[in-house]
Design a binder for this molecule. Structure first.
Ligand code: DAH
Length: 330
């Protein structure tokens, strides 16, 4: 048996020298160290060794066991650390990092936010109304005559004979005045819809911010001062503007406000940004406010136009295209 033990030792050393990876090392473990392996068999045979030889054979068997276990363990940890190093070297530290797309607010939302912020600073509170509006609030209460051309199917999206997609934010004025007593100082932002041919200048959907101030002794001079203060804060104090007499059924007198637009290298022109005026007494009567006691001003601003003027955009459709290359510039 002693010969067999020393032969096994040589065989083991030989086998181990051929091991190159964890798989071939596992084969060695199975052959020598497993429950059915050579060592187990030796200890089984040991039981039948004559007593006078037990000491010697036992010692050499134990030596073999220690030898095999130690050599095995040390080669195992060597191979493991080698493969770990290899794994680490698979990582290319010079690769650029992964970038994540960060969302941001749409230009229209940003412009809306800015307009709201400025009017908040001027003492206006905020109200919203529904986009699906009654014909009464959208037109009749605002003093539109029954045969006014704006009621025409060509301009207005009628949902039923009595309900429309609101064509402006002015009906929210009606809702506010029906529910509040003066003094009222509010802005009313939102989406509006018009059944128009889509072009660089107009779209079937756009945004407005309505403004309303009702109190005793409100004057046109206050209206002008408020709008000019807004314009200077929004476009900068050098903004060039003008008021132009106009007509709206719900204001008397009425005006429109234009700002000068000077694109680089092109001819400049006036751009209409809002309509405004003194609330028509008929509108006050329609909502139950005494026109003898109160006066008020109102205005309605187009947000797309205002944004286009501020950022030098010349086609309204690009604001609705959801083209990330355009949007991420803002
Ligand atoms: N609603 C008008 C429009 O859509 C804009 C407007 C003009 C609103 C005068 C007003 C106003 O409140 O007083 O063209």
């Amino acid at each position: 048996m002693l010969d067999k033990i020393s032969e096994t030792r040589n065989n083991f050393d030989d086998d181990l020298s051929k091991v190159s990876d964890l798989n071939s090392l596992e084969d060695v473990r199975l052959k020598y160290l497993s429950r059915k392996g050579i060592l187990t068999q030796f200890f089984e045979d040991f039981k039948s060794v004559p007593n006078d030889q037990k000491k010697l054979v036992g010692q050499s068997l134990n030596n073999l066991k220690t030898h095999i276990q130690e050599k095995f363990d040390s080669l195992k940890s060597e191979i493991e650390s080698r493969t770990n190093l290899q794994k680490q070297s698979d990582i290319d530290l010079t690769l650029p990092g992964r970038t994540y797309q960060v969302g941001s607010k749409h230009l229209i939302t940003q412009t809306m936010d800015e307009v709201k912020y400025i009017f908040k600073g001027l003492g206006f509170s905020l109200f919203e109304g529904p986009e699906l509006e009654s014909d009464y609030n959208n037109f009749t209460a605002l003093n539109f005559a029954d045969d006014h051309p704006a009621r025409d199917m060509q301009d207005t999206f009628f949902v039923t004979p009595n309900f429309v997609l609101r064509t402006h934010t002015s009906p929210v004025q009606i809702r506010v005045m029906q529910n509040m007593k003066p003094p009222i100082r509010a802005i009313m932002p939102g989406k509006v819809y018009r059944n128009e041919v889509i072009s660089a200048k107009s779209y079937c959907l756009f945004h407005q911010v309505e403004g309303l101030y009702v109190d005793t002794d409100v004057t046109f001079a206050e209206l002008k001062a408020t709008l000019v203060a807004f314009l200077k804060q929004f476009f900068g104090k050098d903004v060039v503007y003008r008021f132009r007499a106009s007509f709206f059924p719900f204001t008397e007198p009425s005006a429109e406000m234009d700002v000068w637009w000077q694109p680089k290298g092109k001819e400049g022109r006036w751009l209409e940004v809002l309509g405004c005026g003194m609330v028509d007494p008929n509108v006050f009567i329609n909502v139950g406010i005494d026109p003898e006691k109160y006066t008020g001003y109102a205005f309605g601003m187009g947000i797309e136009r205002t944004a286009m003027r501020k950022y030098g955009i010349d086609d309204i459709r690009i604001l609705f295209d959801s083209d990330i290359r355009f949007l991420k510039q803002f």
